[in-house]
Design a protein around this ligand. Structure first.
Ligand code: NCD
Length: 329
């Protein structure tokens, strides 16, 4: 991010109405950290219902749940799965979905994010779905929007990606049953992964034993103590015991310097190879996009223990459940 872009993100009150709203007045989905376990389970249950309607053959019967509601998807970072699944979820629930690409908006003319959001709000927008490379942007916007305008975090920096963790948990639960006591390893670039953070919060709330696996340079110091999870630098040590393995993308775009000697060495030490798959009964998840041949081998993507396409399908169902919950306040 450029210095001027960073500056525009500083909490500033240049907005038209300048009010700041307290979190108790509002219903948003900003983090998994703040979400009680009962709410998480309720959302997973509803996503099971929505998934049934999505896998039925024939044309999808749109619901009227969001009729008259307008949702703006503000994606400041590239996205295929998350953006498209939010749009589909909004439309399938009968809402009007508008997606704004900052490169084609007045943000390029120097308007701040907050002013842009207030301009859109004036057009009677009911919710913003926000993805941004800086942690905290969705929470910052929620603080400056009136309570009837909701904010959903679609991934902020290396902080959280709540809907990804919900869809991962829904697929884990569908495959493994009750998750309490299950062993799940998260492998790869933990330092830069918002998916890892949301997953750690969520899986801990549901009683899972989580082990993070990666080189020291990709694991933040004290992450084990902060999240109450185990840490290992050796993937071989978790293969036999894991019920599921969540592989993460190496986020080269967020790494300012080389954090491991070479891609080949990373694959050698931490990659999910077909040989390693033979030494575990775990199911394999990956949020995508995948660096094929680095985090995992090409053959694994199409293996019957690979959950990647199921995760994509579940993404729409989970986002429908989240939108229903947001607007049922
Ligand atoms: C993730 C993201 O954007 O955080 N992808 C996704 O939402 N499907 C993970 C990633 O980019 O590696």
């Amino acid at each position: 991010m450029t210095v001027s872009a960073r500056k525009r993100l500083q909490p500033q009150p240049p907005s038209a109405n300048g009010r700041v709203f307290s979190s108790s007045d509002r219903r948003d989905l900003l983090t998994i950290e703040a979400l009680p376990a009962e709410t998480i389970i309720g959302l997973l249950d509803r996503s099971d219902e929505y998934l049934k309607s999505l896998i039925a053959t024939g044309p999808f019967q749109k619901s009227k749940l969001l009729e008259g509601r307008t949702i703006v998807n503000l994606f400041f970072e590239n996205s295929t799965r998350t953006r498209t699944s939010f749009e589909l979820a909004e439309r399938r629930l009968g809402g009007d979905a508008v997606t704004i690409s900052p490169a084609a908006s007045s943000l390029t003319k120097g308007e701040s994010i907050l002013d842009t959001v207030h301009v859109l709000e004036a057009m009677k927008v009911d919710a913003f779905v926000v993805r941004h490379s800086a942690s905290g942007v969705p929470a910052f916007l929620a603080k400056h929007l009136p309570p009837h305008v909701h904010v959903i975090n679609a991934g902020d920096g290396a902080h959280e990606h709540p809907t990804q963790a919900l869809l991962d948990a829904a697929e884990l639960r569908a495959a493994l049953g009750n998750l309490r006591g299950k062993r799940i390893a998260i492998v790869g670039d933990i330092t830069h992964s918002r998916v890892a953070r949301s997953n750690m919060w969520l899986l801990k709330k549901l009683g899972v034993h989580v082990t993070l696996v990666g080189p020291e340079t990709l694991l933040p110091p004290s992450v084990g103590e902060v999240f109450g999870v185990a840490v290992s630098h050796n993937i071989e040590s978790v293969l036999a015991e894991s019920d599921a393995i969540i592989a993460l993308r190496i986020q080269l775009e967020r790494q300012s310097r080389g954090l491991f000697p070479s891609i080949e060495e990373y694959r050698e030490r931490y990659g999910l190879t077909i040989q390693r798959l033979a030494r575990t009964r775990a199911i394999i998840l990956h949020p995508g996009p995948v660096n094929v041949g680095i985090e995992l081998d090409h053959e694994i993507a199409s293996h019957d223990r690979s959950f990647m396409l199921r995760q994509v399908k579940r993404g729409v169902a989970v986002r429908m459940a989240v939108l229903e919950w947001i607007f049922s306040n």
